[in-house]
Design a protein around this ligand. Structure first.
Ligand code: SF4
Ligand code: SF4
Length: 557
């Protein structure tokens, strides 16, 4: 350990750390642009200049290691004057773009201009003009005038993705960023440069000009694009998800997320293919009905079948809570022992950074709940054969489009009752007798378990009519989030969707059982009591960053 003094106060710090890292750990503010905890140190922005006594010149805090007895000043007059000079140079050619810049509101340069600059410009010459609106690749747009040449984006491509696609060209105040000849900024993680760019030089082609930052609310969530479960923020406005950004979790995704997850897991929440209301089939036509009607119809029709005529297919796309209740419903109500789900484990590409081949978020959770370890060892193949031979006459499916799969084509039409719980319209919902509109991961409380067994929480970022009980008893800070559920005309949520645990509990109650859960948390508490792998876990212990399930325990109840 080293004893150092910051602004007259003594601290003990790790002797291998730098002045900047020590300051961050101690909560002492030193401004910086180019330093990033996950990239090499380049020391080029000069914003973190501090005074170290007995050193003749100011030093950059990001590159200077602490030493025992060091006395550091971060806010005396000499340091403040130097910082103002650095800001003055950075702002000389910077355009006055803030009113139209996507970064405004979350821009380091804007914040530091308030906190560390002279507040006025002495520069009345013509600014150097550089290219604006340059597509660097399919997902990222570049504005050279806004760039402060910190090199974070260059280092990210080289060091994290190991695909050097960007570099500096030109000299002096004409220096700018370009892609290498015949290259684009196009890699599976390219959009992370937007997050780490400290200014609005790199913007998302998907999100550009869609919302000001301060008009959105952000909710902590988890990406459902693959089994990694990267931690994210869901940014919402008017009950729509506007964008996703990564949330730091060193045990899962560090500071990053992939472009596929960022772009593919929010649009379907908003899109027109979502099922708006529950539906039942009447005279060969599906009609929208109230929840009560759909639930009662399901309960009545299920009574028409013997237990062994009913099959259930669960889903690794949805939460532990949904799958647990579906399994309990199956065992109690239909007495069917066969609870299967479709394995998507090897369906996609994979790398050694984040991306997993398993494109479902909860395969491990469903397996730990024991859905496959059923008494009969029934496989999907056997289910399919049983339907073909008309031994199985009723099928309940949660969030799977079975008709997308070759093996199920031509056999589902022979069922007497097909019940589907689904987020969106698809080939299977099109032929279903009863369709329950499902709430998505962005609308529910719940948990998913990533490929390593880390149980992570989902929280509602937007609301549906079917889930708006979630609004009751919320603290004011949650109201801020849900305040965005109402558009500027005061129109509230339109989709009438519910979680799987709620739907199957309600059907169970209509069939004479007592499923008394009031919240997803109550369901999870029962999971933690009954399922060995989840023993001892609670929403509280899972917290913001997740907690490990005991993956070596016996699966199932
Ligand atoms: S584009 Fe952004 S991240 Fe890249 S060098 Fe310029 S300011 Fe830094
Ligand atoms: S690696 Fe997987 S979990 Fe992470 S952002 Fe990409 S798709 Fe989502």
């Amino acid at each position: 350990m080293a004893t150092i003094t910051f602004n007259g106060k003594e601290y003990q710090v790790d002797e291998n750390t730098t002045i900047l890292q020590a300051a961050i750990e101690l909560g002492i503010e030193i401004p910086y642009f180019c330093w990033h905890p996950k990239l090499s140190i380049s020391g080029n922005c000069r914003m973190c200049l501090v005074e170290v006594e007995r050193m003749p010149k100011l030093v950059i805090a990001c590159m200077t290691k602490v030493a025992d007895g060091m006395v550091i000043n971060t806010m005396n007059e000499r340091v403040i004057t130097a910082r103002e000079a650095v800001m003055e140079f950075l702002l000389i050619n910077h355009p006055l773009d803030c009113p139209i810049c996507d970064e405004a509101g979350e821009c380091k340069l804007q914040d530091y201009a308030y906190n560390y600059s002279r507040g006025v410009s002495r520069f009345d010459e013509t600014k150097v003009h550089k290219p604006k609106r340059v597509p660097l690749g399919p997902k990222v747009m570049f504005d050279a005038e806004r760039c402060i040449l910190c090199s974070r984006c260059i280092r990210f491509c080289e060091e994290v993705v190991r695909k050097p696609q960007l570099h500096f060209v030109q000299r002096g105040d004409h220096t700018t960023i370009e892609t290498f000849p015949d290259e684009e900024l196009d890699n599976p993680y390219s959009m992370n440069v937007i997050d780490i760019c400290p200014v609005g030089a790199l913007t998302s082609r998907d999100f550009r000009f869609r919302s000001r930052v301060w008009e959105m609310a952000s909710t902590e969530s988890v990406c459902i694009g693959c089994a990694r479960g990267c931690n994210t923020y869901l940014w919402t406005r008017n009950n729509q998800v506007m964008r996703l950004t990564p949330r730091i979790n060193e045990s899962v995704n560090s500071h990053w997320m992939c472009d596929y997850g960022r772009l593919s897991t929010y649009k379907f929440v908003n899109d027109d293919l979502r099922i708006q209301e529950p539906m039942i089939k009447q005279d060969d036509k599906q009609i929208e009905v109230a929840w009560e009607t759909a639930l009662k119809t399901a309960a009545q029709r299920l009574k028409e079948f013997k237990p062994n005529e009913i099959e259930v297919i669960a889903s690794p796309f949805t939460t532990n809570e949904d799958n647990y209740i579906l399994a309990k419903f199956t065992r109690k109500i239909t007495k069917a022992k066969m609870i299967e789900y479709i394995d998507h484990i090897n369906e996609g590409d994979e790398d050694d950074i984040l991306i997993r081949a398993d494109k479902t978020p909860n395969n491990t959770g469903v397996r730990l709940l024991g859905l496959r370890e059923n008494d009969t060892g029934t496989t999907l193949h056997e289910i399919k054969e049983a339907i073909r031979q008309k031994k199985v006459k009723c099928l309940i499916v949660m969030n799977e489009d079975l008709l997308e799969r070759e093996e199920f084509r031509n056999i589902l039409s022979s069922l007497e009752l097909l019940i589907v719980h689904s987020w969106r319209h698809n080939k299977t919902t099109a032929i279903a007798d009863i369709v329950f509109s499902a709430a998505t991961y962005a609308e529910v409380e719940g948990t998913i378990t990533n490929f390593e067994g880390r149980v992570q929480r989902l929280k509602p970022a937007i609301i549906t009519k079917g889930e708006n009980r979630a609004l009751e008893g919320l603290s004011m800070s949650r109201w801020d989030t849900f305040g965005t559920a109402y558009d500027k005309w005061g129109r509230g949520p339109r989709r009438n969707a519910r979680s799987g645990w709620e739907v199957f509990s309600q059907i169970a109650n209509l069939m004479g059982e007592k499923f008394t859960y009031q919240s997803a948390e109550e369901v999870f508490n029962e999971i933690s009591e009954k399922i060995p792998a989840f023993k001892g876990l609670s929403y509280q212990s899972i917290g913001r960053l997740g907690a490990m399930a005991k993956t070596h325990e016996k699966v199932g109840v």
